[in-house]
Write a protein that binds this ligand. Sequence first.
Ligand code: PDD
Length: 277
Amino acid sequence: AYYFIDGQFTKQDEIKISIDDRGYYFGDGVYEVIKVYGGELFTAEEHISRLFTSAAKINLAMPYSEEQLIGVARELIERNNLLDGHVYMQVTRGAAARQHHFPVPAVPAVVTAYTMEGSRPKENMKNGVAVKSVEDIRWLRCDIKSLNLLGSVLAKEEAKAAGCEEAILHRDGIVTEGSSTNMFGVKDGVVRTHPVSNLILEGITRQVVLQLCDELNIPVEEKAFTLAEAFQMDEVFYTSTTAEVMPVITIDGQTIGDGQRGEVTEKLQKAFATKIP
Ligand code: PDD
């Protein structure tokens, strides 16, 4: 398979990455995961635009334009004959002797990208998954899609160790999001989710789902809910590029709603499926 690194399309055994890359030392960079359906990118403009926003928030100068990076993603898909899966793309602040402050003089940012095969999680989307509540100990700039993922890694591991698919993160008793997903609840037909703020990543799938709610006349409240309220929801689901719209069946072993994929969740899944290429 081909990888994109330092402006070149390269085979894996020819890749050279500096040990001084700030991605290794500090997680000093940003990233995106873009879904590919039948060889076609899904919501690529939105993802690349968010990559630029994340980079701007950490004062990282992007070495390419948005159009160029979409071109890179397309070329990788073509070279690797990818049908279903995703494109991973990351940008680090480059390679320089290890000092916490930005390199002086500045060095070029390093863009890396590759494709990964993967099919839609159809079984889980039908049967739903278990999640575990985990305290949200991440930093206060969760709006940045940063390579610093230790908070997410520890939360996901805690969930996995408990036999769960995802962690439902809560800060001061309030549900923020999942470790790599956005969380939603449904109560009396109203869809609830944490508002856009520094405490969550504004998911592209979250945006698609809110748009679908609008189209389907499903009322939405972008208003945070507590973990205690989550247990009382009729339905809970989470969204991400790879998980799409994922029903949650239990939280900490406690059944949500009637213990099956909820009506609103299924409606949104069906509507989502009509949007994908
Ligand atoms: N995760 N919240 C967090 C903390 C995330 O890391 C992600 C994405 C999302 C959902 O965003 P989107 O709908 O744009 O994928 C929410 C990606 C998939 C990952 O880290 O693999």
